[in-house]
Design a protein around this ligand. Structure first.
Ligand code: MN
Length: 293
């Protein structure tokens, strides 16, 4: 698929959030060249940006996926239609399993000077995607060391470390503090991505620019990482189901997505209080039929 090495470097697109600020996010997934990595279907990289330009995203829904919010710097206040009010700061994880549908809002908090975060989505397998929504805040993030690489495994498993966060398919998400070289053992039948979020990072001898995502299809049994910086590693068993991903929803058919859109715009979700106010209506559906892929 990607020539001899089975790898490619993805440059993120710059996207305007539906937000009250003018700050852009860098989106590496989905990408024209790469739709998923395991069950990971969405990867946004936000900042680093001064907190005064932080994020404020009003209430909006999700279905059929998990949102994974991991901060490198700053603080974000999460509120949702389950009644959750949970700040997330560096070193802990906010994990929202949307299942049949949940709404949330997000607002970065002053105090820390800088906001720097990734937000990722994991597609739920068909048998779990209509489950009751749940929310988890995970404080006990396991750490594993590979020579000069320190890995915080916020979800899934890496080496001997396994996060207590709930997952529904074999995967990993980890922050790598890189201060020299180290070798990370992989599952040879998984695919992996390494996002350079700051500094210098090279993967198996390939230099990855700040903001870019290095990807490998299945087949590798190790990553040789070197540099002086920070990276986010994601990976997983290839997700074989075809999905329809539109706006904040993941379904399996066009009609299902149209119904999800209608449900949100007709206010069928439980209301919840937050410090943001308002809500984000779902946009018009496109004039073409959405097809699973
Ligand atoms: Mn969201």
């Amino acid at each position: 698929m990607w020539g001899d090495t089975g790898t490619v470097i993805i440059e993120p697109r710059v996207v305007k959030l539906t937000t009250r600020t003018e700050v852009d996010v860098k989106r590496s997934l989905p990408h024209a060249r790469l739709r998923k990595i395991g069950a990971w279907v969405f990867m946004d990289h936000f900042g680093p940006t001064p907190q005064v330009d932080g994020m404020t995203v009003a209430a909006h829904p999700h279905t059929g996926l998990q949102t994974v919010t991991w901060l490198l710097d700053g603080a974000i206040d999460h509120r949702d239609s389950l009644g959750t009010a949970q700040n997330v700061t560096p070193g802990s994880l906010n994990l929202m399993t949307a299942g049949s549908g949940v709404a949330h809002s997000e607002r970065s908090l002053t105090g820390p000077d800088t906001l720097h975060a990734v937000q990722l989505w994991v597609a739920l397998p068909d048998e779990m995607r209509n489950m009751k929504p749940t929310f988890e805040h995970v404080e006990s993030i396991p750490v594993v060391r590979f020579a000069a690489i320190n890995a915080q495994v916020f979800i899934g498993e890496l080496g001997d470390a396994s996060s207590p966060a709930t997952v529904f398919s074999p995967l990993v998400g980890a922050q790598l503090a890189v201060s020299g070289g180290g070798t990370i053992p992989l599952h040879a039948d998984w695919e992996y991505g390494v996002l350079n979020v700051s500094g210098t990072v090279s993967v198996n001898g390939e230099s990855v620019d700040e903001g870019s995502l290095w990807y490998s299809e299945p087949g590798l049994d190790r990553l040789d990482i070197d540099g002086d910086g920070t990276a986010i590693l994601i990976g997983g068993e290839p997700f074989r189901e075809q999905i329809v991903m539109w706006w904040n929803f993941i379904g399996r058919t066009h009609d299902e997505i149209a119904q999800m859109r209608m449900d949100w715009n007709l206010h069928t979700y439980p209301p919840f209080a937050d410090r943001v106010g308002g809500w984000i209506p779902a946009p018009e559906m496109p004039n073409v039929t959405l097809t699973p892929r």
